[in-house]
Design a protein around this ligand. Structure first.
Ligand code: ZN
Length: 67
């Protein structure tokens, strides 16, 4: 089975889903991303994001609004 490759949402580094910090390349990037969500200025405008990743982000957003 092919390993899924994505880009870290924070720094665009290519990562695989086997990464310990998936979908981020590192714990540092995960924290940075969480900080963006918390401050409410996360913008889904990057054309670099994979469609799969966008779907995940949208799902995350919907979950937030539901809570
Ligand atoms: Zn990163």
């Amino acid at each position: 089975m092919a390993t899924k490759v994505l880009r870290c949402p924070t720094c665009r580094t290519l990562i695989t889903e086997k990464s310990d910090d998936f979908p981020f390349c590192s714990d540092r990037c995960r924290r940075i991303d969480l900080g963006k969500w918390a401050s409410g200025d996360y913008k889904i405008t990057s054309p670099i994001l994979d469609p799969d990743l966008l779907e995940d982000l949208e799902r995350e957003q919907q979950r937030k609004y539901e809570n």
